[in-house]
Design a protein around this ligand. Sequence first.
Ligand code: SF4
Ligand code: SF4
Length: 180
Amino acid sequence: MSGEKKKKTIKTIKIDVDKCNGCRACEVVCSSIHAAPKHSSNNPARARIRIIREPLSDIYVPVYAGDYTPAECAGRDKYTIDGKEYDECAFCRASCPSREEFKEPDSGLPLKCDMCEGEEEPQCVKVCLADALVLEEREEEVEEEVEQEELEIGLESLAKKHGVQKVKDALARMSESKKS
Ligand code: SF4
Ligand code: SF4
């Protein structure tokens, strides 16, 4: 099925792992900007960016939240960095049933980076004094229908798992934090 094409600006955050010093300012500001009302609290457990930390080896890896996935994948590879073994899941961006990252602590609903919609720039990029996070933008042509379909499928699977009311409450909280 082919729908009407439209230009869309795709924003991504380029991460330079070597520059990250593990200060976690990005986690704090992300949770604060998404609190309702905005800036009323900061709890890194609610952040849409998490730092995988291994302070003794001076390893810090920022990972920002990607899409919700209703089922866990089959990937179980291991990564060895400076002699320490990491599970593949550690660096995954998905909010997935097999782990706790990128879920709202109270409701369990998935969290996804929205590039700080409504702000002038992504706030994690702004507060990262080490320049480990850099905003990148590119233009892409996307099909409108596909976009809409993906949104509907995502909402449907969330409602199935968490119930319609929980999803509605979370959407209301999200729009509240954008207004304030
Ligand atoms: S603000 Fe920058 S340096 Fe600090 S933890 Fe986040 S990515 Fe790393
Ligand atoms: S761009 Fe905004 S929403 Fe995304 S991780 Fe950074 S602070 Fe959080």
